[in-house]
Design a protein around this ligand. Structure first.
Ligand SMILES: Nc1nc2c(ncn2[C@@H]2O[C@H](COP(=O)(O)OP(=O)(O)O)[C@@H](O)[C@H]2O)c(=O)[nH]1
Ligand SMILES: [Mg+2]
Length: 391
């Protein structure tokens, strides 16, 4: 249902989203909210905005409280490696143990609960790439409403490329998982692909509007989408559309998009009593909707399966490049999303590459003729070797 917002409301929204300062943002959102006509078409929006205002109020409070101590809570960890995965779960389930077992990080493993209060990152090597794993403070009932470090943990989850949901098999894993999924859902973070998904990623001024259609638009055109975005003063952004999306879905995303994060469940403490029974219970509950990796961080059993599971869940491919005339290809791959084209690769290498692209040659065992001469729209796969030729 269309929101039919008056232009002054849209303008106010644009001001609010351009502001980083939580206090100013809250003020502008309150003004925006008062400009929104209240009817059926705006009901969903109103709920969203109210939630956003509540989160901001809590963030402001938290900052005040933290002012006495050192720095503030870390809501963001700089990305490194092929992908960033936030490790979330209840307390004492083995988050620090997992981090210590698979990465170079010095995580503090402890039998006492709520030991980890700051996010701890570590690098996890898999094949010739590395994943960054970030241990987030423990989740609990009420995290999404701002309890303890909840907002911080959920912000870390929202910023990540994917999630590792960790449960403890010496306890009821279904209770743990449903608590995790309840809190993430409240924070508008989903771990299963919704039918339509729209992401609006703001870019630097001058970047312009780019629409990436990975699905299809229903009842509207790309021009309509651009017009809608501009009406909210969104002029520099990449908008990704997955599944079948309507103009309403796009408008929804302007406010706060529901984030979809691919996820893998790590079922820890497989060495403990009752773990077999608990694992079967978890498997029945999950019903193949997410991969489950049973492990023991203590004995390291099962940990070797985690890398591939993450790689699969994230839908990644590794592509190697070769200079024309050179024999060897690059040691380090470019990591791209499945479905990426030669053009996407070129853009990754250098922004000029895409503009001056002429053709490419691709080496792969899957090709009948290898190397094959291809154009920019050629879809790449894992382990392809690409030689880009410029005009
Ligand atoms: N039996 C068993 N205990 C584990 C395993 N992994 C971690 N633990 C124990 O669980 C407790 C909590 O571990 P920790 O990694 O600090 O959990 P966190 O609070 O989720 O970071 C510690 O006493 C660990 O020794 C495991 O695979 N098996
Ligand atoms: Mg910990």
């Amino acid at each position: 249902m269309p929101t039919n917002l008056p232009p002054e409301a849209k303008r106010k929204w644009a001001e609010a989203s351009a502001t980083r300062n939580p206090k100013e943002k809250l003020q502008l959102l309150e003004e925006f909210f008062s400009l929104v006509p209240k009817h059926k078409g705006t009901a969903k929006l109103c709920v969203q905005v109210k939630k956003q205002m509540a989160t901001l109020r809590r963030e402001i409070e938290e900052k005040k409280r933290r002012k006495v101590g050192k720095g503030g809570p870390k809501f963001f960890i700089e990305k490194e490696g092929a992908a960033q995965l936030t490790l979330i779960g209840l307390t004492n389930v083995g988050k620090s143990s997992l981090l210590a077992a698979i990465t170079n990080a010095k995580a503090e493993v402890s039998p006492s609960p709520f030991k980890t209060r700051e996010p701890v990152p570590g690098m996890f090597p898999h094949k010739d790439i590395q994943f960054q794993i970030v241990e987030a403070p423990a989740l609990m009932e009420g995290s999404a409403d701002g309890k303890a470090w909840g907002l911080q943990t959920l912000a870390l989850a929202r910023n990540a490329d994917g999630l590792i949901l960790i449960v403890d098999l010496s306890q009821n894993p279904v209770d743990q998982l449903s608590l995790i999924l309840g809190e993430t859902a409240k924070a508008r973070i989903l771990v299963s692909k919704p039918k339509a998904r729209v992401e609006v990623e703001r870019k630097f001024v001058g970047a312009g509007l780019r629409i990436i259609l990975n699905g299809k638009l229903v009842g509207c055109t790309i021009r309509d989408v651009k017009r809608l975005l501009r009406s909210y003063r969104v002029t520099d952004a990449v908008t990704k559309i997955y599944g079948e999306a309507t103009l309403d879905d796009v408008e929804d995303a302007v406010f706060e998009s529901t984030a979809y994060k691919p996820a893998v469940i790590v079922a820890n403490k497989i060495d403990s009593a009752c773990s077999g029974e608990n694992l079967r219970m978890l498997e029945a509950y999950v019903d193949s909707s997410l991969p489950i990796i049973p492990v023991s961080c203590n004995s390291e059993q099962g940990l070797s399966k985690l890398g591939e599971a993450l790689f699969e869940a994230l839908d990644l491919i590794r592509v190697y490049t070769k200079e024309p005339g050179e024999k060897n290809f690059s040691e380090k791959p470019f990591v791209l999303e499945k479905g990426a084209t030669v053009h996407d690769l070129a853009r990754h290498i250098h922004s000029d590459f895409s503009e001056n692209f002429s053709y490419a040659r691709v080496w792969s065992v899957r090709l009948v003729f290898s190397p094959q001469k291809v154009g920019g729209t050629f879809v790449l796969e894992d382990e392809d070797v690409v030689e880009v030729h410029m005009k």
